[in-house]
Write a new protein. Structure first.
Length: 622
């Protein structure tokens, strides 16, 4: 009953093959996802989570830490030494794991293959014991990724012998090895007196504690939370409805010129569906999936609306080394509407395979352009992919009226896509990562820096620091409804944080700063404030709409982000309906940023709350 999930590494580089497994590039989103995932797996009943309380199952947050490169231009995850600044660790790579441990109360974490600043993650005492257990209060077990202990000796050459590798990881605080190294070499490490038995005792204590919390020694297994699951519960009506909702919520409308979508159910007499992903059930699932209850391909979903539908793959595979353009064009010419279903699949991006470019594979662009020019009306382009692709050509092509990003939406993805295209569902999804242009591939994937360095031309990464050209922004997503926002008039716009003069520090720009550790927990709690946002649906359809709240500082520099997400909530509004939502913000958490020592500081001066296209000033005074 232990599950090695969720993957909460930051989707730092758009080429990363495993980015599809993650919730995106933003640390706040990733942290909230981690907490919800872990609580869902382990059970909400253990709120507060002391060691002795029962788990319905055990979740494991991975891969700890700064793991986001698999195999790129000869550099693989087993030998990669990620050079990461303390500043980037503090506000990008570590926060999701801190949330997973402190708020989610995860009972497991997995240390990653790679090294960080020279030290293998699984052999890093400062990371596993001082940070996770000591500072964050982690109580649970720590596992290696599979064969991560052996590579410390075999691939990285960090340990002189197999016994040294075993001693290094157990002394660092790791408890169990996915692989054979602990089984094969722990006894000899003890005999050679390089590993004390006390480290083995500690590891066994952590492992058996989790087994006890799972109730594995309590006798009758049918009395455990998951002890009576029958096959009919696996594919229940409720579960299939949830799969459909997940697909509906996750699909993102990127472009909708002249309100091409939704298509008319009655006015669309014939449909052409073209593309290698149109009638492929496996494309829906991405990686790491169990057998689906049933799948509806995009083609099948669309045929449920328009019986007169003609289909052609255009390319035999997603790689699209050759395209049957002429046949696809002829089909497109004869249809009222054309839908192109393109993108990537697991031959292009997956574990142990990062991408080399951000373009659509092979002759996909050639096929899209030929079909869209031949069609009677602007076409709909649907993209199935885990990572972003540079479709700038389609964004600015008037013959391509709409672009939809479907991700890898699961078994109900074909149904959800058709519902959105024909207006039975109002799209509300938002992009969880920046879509970069192909030019971004000039940046080495091995460069772990988040912050830009203008002097060398390094552009930075993710919406928080990348200031270059974008195909689509983080958080971008259209709807069939227009929404407006308004901050309530009683929202505070001034924060007074009193402190003695010895708690203030001056940086080179003589900006007054305060270390969050000096502010103190009591003052941080006292200065929390509420932001109330009014939201109105001006459209003719009900909609499920995520409202994103950002903050930016008036002055950039010193590694400050361009802006950062500080809250997000979803509101369900009928046509013409309005509502108010509240965000609780803590200046210590949401209005601070790390210095080059990795210490969180708050600066006196102006910042701006951003919701939609509106900005509201807020001032911090010490």
């Amino acid at each position: 009953m232990t599950f090695w999930a969720p993957n909460i590494n930051i989707f730092r580089d758009p080429r990363w093959g495993r980015g599809q497994e993650t919730p995106g590039e933003d640390p706040l989103v990733t942290g909230k996802y981690a907490v919800s995932y872990v609580r869902g797996v382990q059970g909400d009943s253990f709120e507060g989570g002391t060691l002795g309380e029962q788990l319905q199952a055990s979740a494991c947050c991975k891969h700890f830490t700064a793991y986001d490169l698999d195999n790129w231009k000869g550099m693989n995850r087993f030998i990669f030494d990620a050079q990461v600044t303390l500043q980037d660790l503090a506000d990008t790579y570590q926060p999701p794991f801190q949330s997973c441990i402190q708020e989610g109360k995860a009972s497991g974490i997995m240390c990653a293959y790679n090294r960080v600043n020279g030290v293998p993650n699984c052999a890093d005492y400062n990371l596993l014991s001082k940070k996770a257990r000591g500072q964050w209060g982690f109580y649970g077990y720590i596992t290696s990724d599979c064969d991560a202990v052996s590579i410390i000796h075999d691939d990285q050459g960090y340990a002189k012998s197999p016994e040294d590798a075993v001693a290094d990881v157990l002394k660092a605080g790791m408890d169990v090895n996915c692989g054979d190294y602990l089984k094969n070499y722990t006894k000899s490490a003890v005999k050679k007196k390089i590993l004390p038995e006390s480290e083995i005792d500690r590891a066994l204590h952590n492992l058996f504690s989790i087994r006890m919390r799972l109730g594995l020694f309590n006798g009758n297994p049918t009395k455990q939370p998951y002890g009576n699951i029958a096959p009919d519960q696996v594919c229940s009506r409720e579960h299939q409805a949830l799969a459909l909702q997940a697909a509906q919520d996750g699909i993102v409308l990127l472009k909708n010129s002249d309100r091409l979508l939704p298509l008319s159910k009655l006015g669309t007499k014939s449909l052409a569906v073209i593309g290698p992903n149109a009638n492929n059930s496996t494309i829906l699932l991405g990686n790491y999936f169990g057998p689906p209850c049933k799948t509806v391909t995009p083609l099948q979903g669309l045929q449920n609306y328009i019986k007169n539908t003609r289909y052609h793959p255009g390319c035999s595979r997603v790689a699209c080394s050759s395209a049957s353009t002429n046949q696809a064009v002829q089909i497109a010419k004869g249809a009222d509407q054309v839908i192109l279903v393109m993108g990537l699949d697991q031959t292009q991006e997956k574990e142990d395979q990062d991408r080399l470019n951000l373009l659509l594979p092979g002759k996909q662009r050639e096929l899209i352009t030929a079909v869209s020019k031949a069609a009677k009306k602007p076409v709909v382009l649907v993209l199935f992919c885990g990572g972003p692709v540079d479709v700038s050509f389609a964004k600015y092509d008037q013959s391509i009226g709409s672009i939809i990003w479907a991700g890898y939406p699961g078994e109900a993805g074909g149904t959800a896509l058709a519902q959105i295209i024909f207006g039975d569902h109002n799209p509300g999804g938002r992009l969880p990562m920046t879509w970069y242009p192909q030019d971004f591939t000039k940046v080495p994937m091995t460069d772990m820096r988040m912050r830009p360095q203008p002097s060398s031309g390094y552009p930075g990464r993710t919406y928080r620091f990348y200031n270059g050209k974008k195909v689509f922004e983080f958080g971008h997503g259209l709807s069939y409804s227009n929404y407006s926002y308004e901050l309530a008039s009683d929202t505070q716009n001034k924060l007074h944080l009193r402190a003695s003069s010895n708690q203030l520090a001056n940086n080179s720009n003589t900006t007054r700063q305060k270390l969050i550790s000096d502010v103190g927990k009591e003052l941080c709690e006292k200065n929390k404030f509420t932001v109330t946002v009014g939201v109105k649906n001006h459209g003719e359809m009900a909609g499920k709409h995520p409202v994103l709240l950002f903050v930016r500082q008036a002055k950039l520099g010193n590694g400050r982000p361009i802006k950062k997400l500080v809250g997000f909530q979803t509101v369900n509004l009928n046509a013409g309906e309005n509502a108010e939502i509240e965000y609780e913000l803590s200046p210590c958490e949401h209005l601070s940023s790390p210095d080059d020592r990795g210490l969180m500081v708050m600066e006196e001066g102006s910042q701006f709350l951003i919701v939609g296209d509106k900005e509201y000033p807020i001032t911090i005074i010490f």
